[in-house]
Design a binder for this molecule. Structure first.
Ligand SMILES: [Zn+2]
Length: 717
């Protein structure tokens, strides 16, 4: 064959192949490019959703409420932001938010104490009455019967029910059914109800509880403990029972101040003011000595103008078992107590029980100091003490309603015994935190799987929950996050499937220990312990959201921006910025090795963390009756431990020893009193003769009002 013939054959065969290959390669490149473009669109849209959530909860809504309805509304707003943003970024003409939905199997929003999933699901159509409430399920078309005659047959709970044939009902001409399998169903995306991160534990017939977990060590326990129904919330620490931590919080207080914008008598101001948190967590500011509050729209109201007394709540230590909290009046005024008018002077103290004033002022608290950190510290101490005592034996093996308990940790590990070595709930590697994180993870996985299986059943192709990486989980477990899943978008030669995790660092949901910054006397704020922090006699610390620039419009219509925490030292300064070395270029961060500075920073940081926790979450009110019982039980155990050995017939020498011991006991700090009843005078006692001794722990208090004292009797015959 001639070379030219070979060339022709080569061209005939190879050219189409080359064309196809080159087309294929260019398609591949297009697909990869599109995939990269979609990745960035998905990421951007998910981040927009997080921003929307942050704006709703931080920027506009200063008094963000934890009411479920407002949370739901904020989550729905961020879901809508994602859908709109993603539809817009895809950029194909005519594609709408609704069109995008077909590619979205699920959007997960994880919050501090639970989560929402937005996913398509089947819902039954309902028929509503005039009042708009559901009365029955709408019957699916194939099951609708012909020839209903609307004849009245019965009245059911005041509603008219009509019947046409044996099992078919109509209401206002619409056929309905009471049988779910015959109901007409629609398939659409919806935000499923809020769910918590929770687990159930059962020890024996006396203890069966559900524990709701959060992103940190705050928990809620409900159920039966030692045969008694309880519901309790609080921060679990590893400090329960340790006197050190109790002493740590005894004298904790803070000087808080911030720049606050307000409108007052036709003028606008932005002023650095001292503030404290009132008992309902409203900030009460002081302009000099004038206490005032500021509304969400910036209106200042002086407390003297509204005839309401604001109180500050302070946990007490010396009177821990008697008066748990005192209420200090923040403004002066007149109130009616039991029908009589009473003059209240700012700075006075009241109990919370019935508004009765202390007859003596046992403690002095400074009016303009804030005690929220102390309240949180002592409440956590009390809560932890209770948990350590009552739930110490509950192990991971006691978990109920789970298929594979070994997923959640070693079955003999005691979750709530936080007073033991390796179980500090503030430490991420503790038994408690690892167990809790696994519960959150498994709860989310199983609910996402359910949502995605449902989606897969109702769409073409098969879609499974992608496996989230350890880094993804680490993000989700550290803060409020939004996880978006998309699947099946045609791109070039294949379908686009992916998910994105975006985390919020600035929200009011969660007091993140990583997001508390330190103020010094320079124009910069820092991460705790940064070596660029300027030496200062004292530091203050606030949440990251408090460092965001704010703005207002002054009386001339000019927009003025300001920062809440510009430094006092640089009074001319209008801004305070992120420290370049710790917050901008985080890899340049160095921890200071100045011991004095470290200690002061740690104090400021801990106070800020506990203060923010106190004003963000619910803390249970003090249970006086329960406390009294606890105290009596302690006294009884203490009494028995000391005196049980003397019971029965003992010698006169022992009796004298006993009486000496009792006298000592009365001198101790215990409120418990031991009284000795003896028919024989001490002087007449014979050291070697035996006497009969009986013990009687009565538990009665001494009849003194508001005392937790109990007494016991030792009788000697
Ligand atoms: Zn720094």
């Amino acid at each position: 064959m001639k070379l030219s013939n070979l060339s022709i054959i080569f061209i005939i065969f190879m050219l189409p192949i080359m064309l196809i290959v080159s087309y294929y390669v260019s398609m591949q490149i297009d697909t990869i490019n599109m995939q990269t473009a979609y990745n960035s669109k998905l990421l951007t849209s998910t981040k927009s959703a997080v921003e929307a959530f942050e704006i709703n909860t931080v920027e506009w809504n200063e008094s963000y409420s934890s009411v479920a309805n407002s949370k739901r509304r904020d989550v729905m707003a961020s879901v809508n932001t994602f859908l709109t943003s993603f539809a817009n970024s895809i950029g194909t003409a005519g594609i709408s938010k609704e069109d995008v939905l077909a590619y979205v199997p699920a959007i997960l929003t994880t919050l501090y104490d639970g989560y929402y999933i937005y996913t398509p699901s089947e819902t039954m159509e309902t028929i509503k009455n005039q009042d708009g409430s559901d009365i029955a399920m709408s019957k699916s078309i194939k099951d609708k019967l012909i020839g209903c005659n609307d004849s009245f047959i019965e009245k059911n709970s005041g509603k008219l029910l009509y019947k046409c044939e044996s099992s078919s009902y109509t209401y206002n001409g619409q056929a309905f059914t009471l049988d779910p399998s015959k109901a007409s169903k629609t398939y659409s995306h919806m935000l499923k109800p809020f769910s918590t991160y929770s687990a159930r534990y059962k020890k024996d017939d006396n203890t069966d509880i559900v524990v709701n977990y959060t992103l940190d060590n705050y928990i809620t326990i409900s159920g039966v403990v030692n045969g008694k129904y309880i519901i309790k919330s609080g921060y679990l620490t590893n400090e329960g029972g340790g006197l050190n931590s109790y002493n740590k919080w005894k004298n904790a207080s803070e000087n808080l101040s911030e720049n606050i914008y307000f409108k007052y008598k036709d003028n606008t101001y932005c002023k650095m003011c001292t503030y404290v948190y009132a008992s309902d967590n409203t900030k009460v500011y002081f302009d000099g000595n004038v206490p005032f509050i500021v509304s969400a729209t910036g209106e200042r109201t002086d407390l003297s103008d509204i005839k309401t007394i604001y109180y500050k709540k302070i946990a007490t230590e010396d009177l821990l078992y008697v008066y748990p909290y005192v209420y200090q009046a923040l403004n002066s005024g007149v109130v009616s107590v039991n029908g009589t008018n009473k003059n209240i002077v700012a700075g006075n103290f009241y109990t919370d029980m019935n508004g009765t004033e202390f007859t003596t002022k046992p403690l002095s608290f400074e009016l303009k100091k804030d005690y929220s950190a102390k309240n949180c510290g002592l409440a956590s101490y009390k809560f932890t003490e209770w948990v350590n005592k009552n739930l110490k034996d509950i192990t991971i093996g006691d978990m109920q309603d789970v298929e594979n308990p070994s997923l959640y940790g070693a079955s003999t590990d005691k979750i709530f015994a936080t007073n033991t070595g390796n179980n500090d709930p503030e430490n991420r590697s503790s038994i408690f935190v690892r167990h809790k994180n696994e519960i959150i993870k498994q709860t989310l996985i199983s609910n996402l799987e359910q949502a995605i299986t449902g989606y897969s059943r109702n769409s073409e192709g098969n879609y499974e929950l992608p496996i989230l990486t350890d880094e993804d989980w680490d993000q989700i477990l550290r803060n409020v996050s939004i996880v978006t899943f998309v699947q099946g978008i045609p791109i070039g030669m294949k379908y686009y499937n992916n998910y994105v995790v975006a985390t919020s660092t600035a929200n009011k949901e969660f007091v993140n220990p990583d997001e508390i910054y330190i103020n010094d006397i320079s124009p910069y704020y820092h991460m705790p312990y940064c070596d660029k922090i300027v030496g200062s006699p004292v530091y203050s610390a606030y949440r990251n959201i408090d460092y965001i620039a704010k703005s207002y419009i002054d009386e001339n219509g000019k927009t003025i921006s300001y920062y809440k925490h510009n430094s006092n030292y640089y009074s001319g300064q209008t801004s305070i910025q992120e420290c370049y070395y710790c917050l901008v270029q985080r890899d340049l961060y160095n921890k200071t090795n100045d011991a004095d500075k470290l200690k002061k920073i740690e104090d400021a940081y801990t106070l800020a963390l506990y203060r923010e926790r106190y004003v963000t979450h619910k803390f249970e009110t003090y249970d006086e009756e329960n406390e009294l019982e606890n105290q009596k039980e302690k006294d009884k155990n203490n009494f028995n431990a000391q005196f049980e050995q003397y019971k029965g017939n003992i010698t006169g020498a022992k009796v004298k020893e006993l009486i000496e011991k009792v006298n000592k006991n009365n001198l101790s700090d215990s409120e418990h009193q031991v009284w000795v009843y003896s028919t024989i005078l001490l002087d007449n006692m014979n050291d070697s003769k035996t006497y009969s001794v009986t013990f009687n722990y009565t538990g009665d208090d001494l009849g003194l009002e508001h005392t937790g004292r109990s007494r016991s009797r030792i009788s000697i015959d």
